[in-house]
Design a protein around this ligand. Structure first.
Ligand code: TYM
Length: 332
Protein backbone atom coordinates (compact mmCIF):
# COMPACT_ATOMS: atom_id res chain seq x y z
CA UNK A 1 0.00 0.00 0.00
CA UNK A 2 1.16 3.52 -0.66
CA UNK A 3 2.35 5.33 2.43
CA UNK A 4 1.57 8.83 3.62
CA UNK A 5 3.71 10.93 5.91
CA UNK A 6 2.78 14.41 7.06
CA UNK A 7 3.19 16.63 10.08
CA UNK A 8 2.39 19.86 11.89
CA UNK A 9 4.70 21.92 14.10
CA UNK A 10 3.60 22.28 17.72
CA UNK A 11 4.05 26.03 17.70
CA UNK A 12 1.39 28.61 18.52
CA UNK A 13 -2.25 28.13 17.76
CA UNK A 14 -3.49 25.66 15.19
CA UNK A 15 -5.67 27.56 12.75
CA UNK A 16 -8.18 27.07 9.98
CA UNK A 17 -5.34 26.97 7.39
CA UNK A 18 -3.70 24.01 9.13
CA UNK A 19 -7.07 22.29 9.31
CA UNK A 20 -8.29 22.89 5.75
CA UNK A 21 -4.88 22.76 4.03
CA UNK A 22 -3.72 19.61 5.79
CA UNK A 23 -5.51 17.84 8.65
CA UNK A 24 -9.00 17.67 7.08
CA UNK A 25 -7.48 16.11 3.96
CA UNK A 26 -5.63 13.52 6.01
CA UNK A 27 -8.90 12.33 7.53
CA UNK A 28 -10.20 11.60 4.05
CA UNK A 29 -7.01 9.75 3.04
CA UNK A 30 -6.63 7.44 6.02
CA UNK A 31 -8.79 4.67 4.59
CA UNK A 32 -6.84 4.34 1.34
CA UNK A 33 -3.24 4.79 2.58
CA UNK A 34 -0.96 3.52 5.26
CA UNK A 35 -0.71 6.78 7.24
CA UNK A 36 1.89 8.28 9.55
CA UNK A 37 1.10 11.65 11.14
CA UNK A 38 3.79 13.35 13.12
CA UNK A 39 3.98 16.25 15.56
CA UNK A 40 7.28 17.75 14.43
CA UNK A 41 8.75 19.05 17.67
CA UNK A 42 12.32 19.06 16.32
CA UNK A 43 11.19 21.46 13.61
CA UNK A 44 9.50 23.63 16.22
CA UNK A 45 12.78 24.24 18.07
CA UNK A 46 14.43 25.76 14.99
CA UNK A 47 13.15 28.97 16.57
CA UNK A 48 13.11 29.52 20.37
CA UNK A 49 10.27 27.75 22.26
CA UNK A 50 9.26 27.84 25.89
CA UNK A 51 9.75 24.24 27.18
CA UNK A 52 6.47 24.02 29.10
CA UNK A 53 4.54 25.51 26.17
CA UNK A 54 6.22 23.10 23.75
CA UNK A 55 5.09 20.10 25.80
CA UNK A 56 1.57 21.50 26.04
CA UNK A 57 1.33 22.26 22.34
CA UNK A 58 2.68 18.83 21.39
CA UNK A 59 -0.24 17.31 23.26
CA UNK A 60 -2.62 19.88 21.79
CA UNK A 61 -1.67 19.07 18.19
CA UNK A 62 -2.08 15.36 18.97
CA UNK A 63 -5.55 16.15 20.34
CA UNK A 64 -6.36 18.13 17.20
CA UNK A 65 -5.46 15.20 14.94
CA UNK A 66 -7.70 12.84 16.90
CA UNK A 67 -10.52 15.36 17.35
CA UNK A 68 -10.52 16.07 13.60
CA UNK A 69 -11.08 12.36 12.93
CA UNK A 70 -7.67 10.70 12.59
CA UNK A 71 -7.96 7.22 14.03
CA UNK A 72 -4.92 6.53 16.26
CA UNK A 73 -5.38 2.78 15.90
CA UNK A 74 -5.40 2.78 12.14
CA UNK A 75 -2.78 5.55 11.70
CA UNK A 76 0.52 6.11 13.44
CA UNK A 77 0.54 9.32 15.50
CA UNK A 78 3.76 10.26 17.30
CA UNK A 79 6.11 13.12 18.09
CA UNK A 80 9.23 13.36 15.97
CA UNK A 81 11.82 13.57 18.77
CA UNK A 82 10.80 10.11 20.04
CA UNK A 83 12.16 8.43 16.92
CA UNK A 84 15.88 9.16 16.66
CA UNK A 85 16.04 7.87 13.06
CA UNK A 86 14.76 11.30 11.92
CA UNK A 87 17.80 13.13 13.28
CA UNK A 88 20.25 10.45 12.20
CA UNK A 89 18.95 10.27 8.66
CA UNK A 90 18.87 14.05 8.53
CA UNK A 91 22.65 14.16 9.09
CA UNK A 92 23.27 11.51 6.45
CA UNK A 93 21.15 13.42 3.92
CA UNK A 94 22.70 16.76 4.81
CA UNK A 95 26.04 15.35 3.65
CA UNK A 96 24.70 15.13 0.11
CA UNK A 97 22.59 18.30 0.00
CA UNK A 98 24.30 21.19 -1.83
CA UNK A 99 24.13 24.56 -0.07
CA UNK A 100 22.75 26.06 -3.26
CA UNK A 101 19.55 24.03 -2.85
CA UNK A 102 19.03 25.32 0.68
CA UNK A 103 19.83 28.90 -0.33
CA UNK A 104 16.78 28.86 -2.58
CA UNK A 105 14.31 28.08 0.21
CA UNK A 106 11.93 31.01 0.55
CA UNK A 107 10.73 29.99 4.02
CA UNK A 108 14.26 30.33 5.41
CA UNK A 109 14.60 33.73 3.79
CA UNK A 110 11.28 34.83 5.29
CA UNK A 111 11.97 33.46 8.77
CA UNK A 112 15.59 34.56 8.99
CA UNK A 113 14.78 37.98 7.53
CA UNK A 114 17.58 40.50 7.59
CA UNK A 115 19.17 38.78 10.60
CA UNK A 116 20.53 35.99 8.42
CA UNK A 117 23.83 35.64 10.29
CA UNK A 118 21.99 35.24 13.58
CA UNK A 119 19.58 32.57 12.30
CA UNK A 120 20.33 29.09 13.66
CA UNK A 121 21.88 26.31 11.62
CA UNK A 122 18.75 24.27 12.45
CA UNK A 123 16.50 26.79 10.71
CA UNK A 124 18.70 26.56 7.63
CA UNK A 125 18.81 22.76 7.70
CA UNK A 126 15.05 22.55 8.41
CA UNK A 127 14.13 21.21 4.94
CA UNK A 128 16.72 18.41 5.18
CA UNK A 129 15.12 17.23 8.43
CA UNK A 130 11.78 17.39 6.64
CA UNK A 131 13.16 15.20 3.83
CA UNK A 132 14.44 12.78 6.48
CA UNK A 133 10.96 12.64 8.09
CA UNK A 134 9.44 11.52 4.84
CA UNK A 135 12.23 9.29 3.56
CA UNK A 136 12.76 7.44 6.87
CA UNK A 137 9.43 5.76 6.10
CA UNK A 138 9.88 5.63 2.32
CA UNK A 139 6.62 7.56 2.17
CA UNK A 140 5.17 7.83 -1.32
CA UNK A 141 2.66 10.66 -0.73
CA UNK A 142 2.77 13.82 1.38
CA UNK A 143 -0.49 15.76 1.87
CA UNK A 144 0.27 19.39 2.77
CA UNK A 145 -0.83 22.96 2.13
CA UNK A 146 0.52 24.98 -0.78
CA UNK A 147 3.25 26.65 1.33
CA UNK A 148 5.15 23.35 1.73
CA UNK A 149 5.51 22.74 -2.00
CA UNK A 150 9.08 24.00 -2.26
CA UNK A 151 10.18 21.88 0.70
CA UNK A 152 8.68 18.81 -0.92
CA UNK A 153 10.45 19.47 -4.19
CA UNK A 154 13.67 19.58 -2.21
CA UNK A 155 12.78 16.27 -0.51
CA UNK A 156 12.37 14.73 -3.97
CA UNK A 157 15.70 16.19 -5.09
CA UNK A 158 17.46 14.81 -2.02
CA UNK A 159 15.92 11.35 -2.54
CA UNK A 160 17.10 11.43 -6.16
CA UNK A 161 20.59 12.62 -5.13
CA UNK A 162 20.94 9.70 -2.71
CA UNK A 163 19.76 7.14 -5.25
CA UNK A 164 22.14 8.51 -7.90
CA UNK A 165 25.19 8.85 -5.67
CA UNK A 166 24.97 5.24 -4.54
CA UNK A 167 23.51 3.79 -7.74
CA UNK A 168 20.43 2.42 -5.98
CA UNK A 169 16.66 2.76 -6.26
CA UNK A 170 16.23 2.98 -2.53
CA UNK A 171 14.07 6.03 -1.83
CA UNK A 172 10.81 6.56 -3.72
CA UNK A 173 10.38 10.17 -4.88
CA UNK A 174 7.55 11.39 -2.63
CA UNK A 175 4.52 12.95 -4.35
CA UNK A 176 3.03 16.13 -2.89
CA UNK A 177 -0.74 15.95 -2.40
CA UNK A 178 -1.96 19.54 -2.42
CA UNK A 179 -5.70 19.43 -2.94
CA UNK A 180 -9.06 20.76 -1.87
CA UNK A 181 -10.63 24.20 -2.12
CA UNK A 182 -8.38 25.79 0.54
CA UNK A 183 -4.75 24.87 -0.13
CA UNK A 184 -3.68 28.39 0.83
CA UNK A 185 -5.96 30.05 3.36
CA UNK A 186 -5.26 33.76 3.58
CA UNK A 187 -5.44 36.13 6.54
CA UNK A 188 -8.96 37.40 7.16
CA UNK A 189 -7.59 40.93 7.48
CA UNK A 190 -5.24 40.98 4.50
CA UNK A 191 -5.95 38.95 1.36
CA UNK A 192 -2.30 39.11 0.31
CA UNK A 193 -0.96 37.37 3.43
CA UNK A 194 -1.19 33.71 4.37
CA UNK A 195 -3.15 32.84 7.52
CA UNK A 196 -0.36 31.94 9.92
CA UNK A 197 0.37 30.96 13.49
CA UNK A 198 2.71 33.89 13.87
CA UNK A 199 0.34 36.63 12.69
CA UNK A 200 -0.43 38.74 15.77
CA UNK A 201 -2.97 41.09 14.20
CA UNK A 202 -6.47 40.83 15.68
CA UNK A 203 -9.09 38.83 13.78
CA UNK A 204 -6.59 37.65 11.11
CA UNK A 205 -6.84 34.00 11.98
CA UNK A 206 -9.49 31.53 13.15
CA UNK A 207 -7.99 29.12 15.67
CA UNK A 208 -9.18 25.52 15.90
CA UNK A 209 -10.02 26.11 19.57
CA UNK A 210 -11.91 29.41 19.13
CA UNK A 211 -15.40 29.33 20.63
CA UNK A 212 -18.53 29.86 18.51
CA UNK A 213 -18.86 33.58 19.27
CA UNK A 214 -15.23 34.28 18.43
CA UNK A 215 -15.42 32.37 15.13
CA UNK A 216 -18.60 34.21 14.12
CA UNK A 217 -17.13 37.58 15.11
CA UNK A 218 -13.93 37.01 13.14
CA UNK A 219 -15.90 36.04 10.03
CA UNK A 220 -18.19 39.05 10.38
CA UNK A 221 -15.14 41.28 10.67
CA UNK A 222 -13.30 39.62 7.75
CA UNK A 223 -12.17 42.23 5.29
CA UNK A 224 -14.06 42.32 2.00
CA UNK A 225 -14.46 44.72 -0.90
CA UNK A 226 -17.67 46.78 -1.25
CA UNK A 227 -19.01 44.88 -4.31
CA UNK A 228 -21.60 42.08 -4.24
CA UNK A 229 -20.37 38.46 -4.33
CA UNK A 230 -18.56 37.64 -7.62
CA UNK A 231 -20.68 36.50 -10.56
CA UNK A 232 -18.05 34.71 -12.68
CA UNK A 233 -14.85 32.68 -12.17
CA UNK A 234 -12.92 35.47 -13.93
CA UNK A 235 -14.26 38.04 -11.52
CA UNK A 236 -13.39 35.81 -8.59
CA UNK A 237 -9.77 35.78 -9.69
CA UNK A 238 -9.51 39.53 -9.26
CA UNK A 239 -11.06 39.54 -5.78
CA UNK A 240 -8.71 37.84 -3.32
CA UNK A 241 -10.78 38.37 -0.16
CA UNK A 242 -13.92 36.93 -1.77
CA UNK A 243 -11.90 34.04 -3.22
CA UNK A 244 -10.45 33.28 0.20
CA UNK A 245 -13.81 33.22 1.99
CA UNK A 246 -15.47 31.20 -0.77
CA UNK A 247 -12.54 28.74 -0.68
CA UNK A 248 -13.04 28.31 3.07
CA UNK A 249 -16.78 27.81 2.60
CA UNK A 250 -16.21 25.29 -0.21
CA UNK A 251 -13.64 23.31 1.80
CA UNK A 252 -15.84 23.20 4.89
CA UNK A 253 -18.89 22.01 2.96
CA UNK A 254 -17.05 19.72 0.51
CA UNK A 255 -18.12 21.53 -2.66
CA UNK A 256 -15.98 23.12 -5.38
CA UNK A 257 -15.09 26.81 -5.21
CA UNK A 258 -17.08 27.32 -8.39
CA UNK A 259 -20.19 25.71 -6.93
CA UNK A 260 -19.84 27.95 -3.86
CA UNK A 261 -19.37 31.03 -6.06
CA UNK A 262 -22.45 30.19 -8.14
CA UNK A 263 -24.53 29.69 -5.01
CA UNK A 264 -23.82 33.17 -3.61
CA UNK A 265 -23.30 35.09 -6.89
CA UNK A 266 -24.64 38.62 -6.73
CA UNK A 267 -25.65 38.43 -3.05
CA UNK A 268 -24.24 40.84 -0.53
CA UNK A 269 -21.40 39.74 1.71
CA UNK A 270 -23.32 39.95 4.96
CA UNK A 271 -25.73 37.11 4.16
CA UNK A 272 -22.86 34.96 2.83
CA UNK A 273 -20.85 35.66 5.98
CA UNK A 274 -23.77 34.54 8.15
CA UNK A 275 -23.81 31.18 6.34
CA UNK A 276 -20.04 30.89 6.45
CA UNK A 277 -20.08 31.56 10.19
CA UNK A 278 -22.73 28.90 10.65
CA UNK A 279 -20.80 26.15 8.84
CA UNK A 280 -17.51 27.17 10.48
CA UNK A 281 -19.04 27.07 13.94
CA UNK A 282 -20.64 23.69 13.21
CA UNK A 283 -17.35 22.10 12.08
CA UNK A 284 -14.89 23.81 14.40
CA UNK A 285 -17.20 23.77 17.43
CA UNK A 286 -17.29 19.99 17.37
CA UNK A 287 -13.54 19.64 16.90
CA UNK A 288 -12.68 22.30 19.49
CA UNK A 289 -14.90 20.65 22.09
CA UNK A 290 -13.35 17.26 21.46
CA UNK A 291 -9.84 18.79 21.62
CA UNK A 292 -10.58 20.28 25.04
CA UNK A 293 -11.85 16.93 26.27
CA UNK A 294 -8.75 15.11 25.02
CA UNK A 295 -6.25 17.68 26.32
CA UNK A 296 -7.81 17.25 29.77
CA UNK A 297 -6.62 13.63 29.67
CA UNK A 298 -2.85 13.88 29.02
CA UNK A 299 -2.42 10.26 30.11
CA UNK A 300 -4.42 9.12 27.09
CA UNK A 301 -2.57 11.47 24.70
CA UNK A 302 0.78 10.24 25.98
CA UNK A 303 -0.25 6.61 25.52
CA UNK A 304 -1.20 7.35 21.90
CA UNK A 305 2.17 9.06 21.31
CA UNK A 306 4.15 6.27 22.99
CA UNK A 307 2.41 3.57 21.02
CA UNK A 308 2.78 5.56 17.81
CA UNK A 309 6.51 6.10 18.36
CA UNK A 310 7.02 2.38 18.86
CA UNK A 311 5.25 1.57 15.60
CA UNK A 312 7.11 4.37 13.80
CA UNK A 313 10.49 3.09 15.05
CA UNK A 314 9.70 -0.39 13.76
CA UNK A 315 9.48 1.07 10.24
CA UNK A 316 12.17 3.75 10.33
CA UNK A 317 14.99 1.89 12.08
CA UNK A 318 15.39 -0.93 9.54
CA UNK A 319 15.38 1.70 6.76
CA UNK A 320 18.09 3.64 8.56
CA UNK A 321 20.22 0.50 8.89
CA UNK A 322 19.88 -0.15 5.18
CA UNK A 323 20.94 3.43 4.45
CA UNK A 324 23.99 3.01 6.71
CA UNK A 325 24.93 -0.16 4.83
CA UNK A 326 24.52 1.52 1.45
CA UNK A 327 26.72 4.44 2.55
CA UNK A 328 29.40 2.11 3.92
CA UNK A 329 29.04 2.89 7.60
CA UNK A 330 30.31 -0.20 9.38
CA UNK A 331 27.84 -1.83 11.80
CA UNK A 332 30.19 -4.28 13.54
P1 TYM B 1 3.19 23.82 9.52
O1 TYM B 1 3.20 23.37 10.95
O2 TYM B 1 3.60 25.22 9.22
O3 TYM B 1 1.76 23.62 8.90
C1 TYM B 1 1.08 22.38 8.97
C2 TYM B 1 0.28 22.13 7.72
O4 TYM B 1 -0.66 23.19 7.54
C3 TYM B 1 -0.53 23.73 6.22
N1 TYM B 1 -0.83 25.17 6.27
C4 TYM B 1 -1.72 25.78 5.49
N2 TYM B 1 -2.54 25.30 4.53
C5 TYM B 1 -3.36 26.20 3.93
N3 TYM B 1 -3.39 27.52 4.24
C6 TYM B 1 -2.60 28.03 5.20
N4 TYM B 1 -2.66 29.33 5.51
C7 TYM B 1 -1.71 27.14 5.87
N5 TYM B 1 -0.78 27.32 6.86
C8 TYM B 1 -0.26 26.09 7.08
C9 TYM B 1 0.91 23.47 5.84
O5 TYM B 1 1.10 23.49 4.45
C10 TYM B 1 1.15 22.11 6.45
O6 TYM B 1 0.70 21.09 5.60
N6 TYM B 1 7.36 21.94 7.52
C11 TYM B 1 6.00 21.61 7.86
C12 TYM B 1 5.88 20.45 8.83
C13 TYM B 1 6.62 19.22 8.42
C14 TYM B 1 6.20 18.29 7.45
C15 TYM B 1 7.20 17.27 7.44
C16 TYM B 1 5.12 18.23 6.58
C17 TYM B 1 7.77 18.77 8.95
N7 TYM B 1 8.14 17.58 8.36
C18 TYM B 1 7.11 16.20 6.56
C19 TYM B 1 5.02 17.14 5.73
C20 TYM B 1 6.02 16.14 5.71
C21 TYM B 1 5.37 22.83 8.52
O7 TYM B 1 6.03 23.70 9.02
O8 TYM B 1 4.04 22.81 8.62
Amino acid sequence: MNRIFSGVQPTGNLHLGNYLGAIRNWVALQSSFDCIFCIVDLHAITVPQDPAQLRLQTREVTAAYIAAGIDPERCIIFNQSMVSAHSELSWLLSCLTPLGWLNRMTQFKEKAGKQRDNAGLGLYAYPVLMAADILAYKATHVPVGEDQKQHLELARDIAGAFNRRYGVEFFPLPEPQIFGAATRVMSLRDGSKKMSKSDTSDYSRINMTDDADTVALKIRKARTDPLPMPETPEELETRPEAANLLGIYAALTDVTVDAARARFAGQNFSSFKEELAEVSVAVLGKIGGEMRRLVADPGYIDRVLRGGAERARAIAEPHLREVQDIIGLLRP
